[in-house]
Design a protein around this ligand. Structure first.
Ligand code: ASP
Length: 344
């Protein structure tokens, strides 16, 4: 029963707790004070008891770095024995990146971890903070959803399938290639979705320390020049998330570009193709313009989102795996983040 459960709410910043300034909205401390005055309904029956941890200073999530993910995961891991679930209040701009990263970093948490935020600050009229926070607390108290998820607007989404699709709408997030875990309507309707695969090596259940790595998201665009890619590689990129067209194509007539990519991969860079399309998946062999990528060593990210691909690769580098193993694991379904070979 949610009445006996206690949820830890971790406030990292974001619009939900922001206030106006002469330069636009800024994160504000003391979410606890705000919740007491603006959300008395959080003491209502049916809402689980919660305790608040505030990260100081709270940030606009535009300032999130990979190091922040590992710190946040370490905090959650340290608190896991004391709570039944977690709600993480986060800015929406990079919420999908943090949510994806936590899905890989908290594989061993075995408690629900729900990220949420708001498009309109709690202190403003018509704020969506109320509904989002209430729903996140209720979901976090349900043991059935013991994975990292996102509650936003009318949906509960798998963390590493989530993207921010709208900069203003209250249903700001979606998971185009994967069904929502639940619809949050007048009641919470859970859907039958593929379960998470078992965690690989047992040591992956342990908290993972931050290790810097240089991963670059590189969109393919008309006229992309080999020197641009070379510049990124020469600057020290260890991993490339290549945002390709459609089913995973790039200008294969640009021999210099394909050559630079091949050389980088031979030198140990891991390159993964994801699609610029919102929905669908990469299948590199569909077109010759995609086969050229596969032939030079680019691997398919299938239906990985950009955010999940970036965060997943970061955590694989943090595990100090070799580039071959990272390339292999990028194509495997580790935490529900991708559907390998949807068309075998
Ligand atoms: N810029 C804000 C942030 O990501 C946007 C939001 O929270 O909605 O922190």
């Amino acid at each position: 029963m949610s009445g006996t459960k206690c949820i830890c709410v971790i406030y990292t910043g974001g619009t939900l707790g922001m206030v106006r300034s002469a330069r636009g909205y800024i994160p504000a401390p003391d979410l606890g004070g705000l919740l007491r005055t603006r959300m008395p309904q959080l003491r209502a029956e049916g809402i689980p008891r919660y305790e608040l941890v505030e990260i100081n200073p709270p940030i606009d999530s535009a300032n999130v770095t990979p190091e922040f993910w590992y710190d946040l995961a370490a905090r959650v891991c340290a608190l896991v024995p004391h709570y039944d679930g977690f709600v993480i209040v986060h800015g929406t701009d990079t919420l999908a990146y943090t949510a994806s990263a936590l899905s890989f970093l908290l594989a061993g948490a075995a408690k629900p971890v729900v990220l949420t935020g708001a498009q309109i600050p709690l202190v403003e009229l018509r704020s969506d903070a109320h509904a989002n926070l209430e729903a996140a607390l209720i979901v976090a108290a349900r043991a059935a959803t013991s994975e990292v998820t996102v509650v936003f607007g009318r949906r509960l989404l798998r963390a590493n399938r989530t993207i921010k699709t709208d900069s203003t709408a209250l249903d700001a997030f979606d998971s185009p290639s994967f069904s929502p875990l639940a619809d949050l309507g007048s009641y919470i309707q859970f859907h039958d979705v593929p379960k998470l695969p078992p965690v690989g090596p047992v040591e992956w259940l342990e908290p993972l320390a931050y290790r810097p790595s240089t991963i670059v998201v590189l969109p393919i665009f008309p006229g992309i020049h080999a020197d641009m890619v070379k510049g990124v590689v020469d600057a020290g990129a260890q991993g490339l998330i290549l945002e390709c067209y459609g089913r995973g194509t790039a200008p294969d007539c640009n021999e210099a570009l394909i050559h630079v990519l091949g050389e980088a991969i031979d030198g140990g860079v891991v390159a993964v193709a994801v699609s610029q399309c919102l929905d669908g998946h990469v299948a590199l062999g569909t077109y010759a313009a995609g086969s050229a990528l596969a032939e030079c060593g680019v691997v398919s990210g299938f239906d990985l989102t950009r955010e999940a691909a970036f965060a997943k690769m970061h955590t694989l580098f943090a595990r100090e795996l070799g580039s071959r193993e990272i390339a292999e694991k990028m194509q495997q379904n580790l935490r529900g983040e991708l559907t390998p070979d949807p068309e075998p």
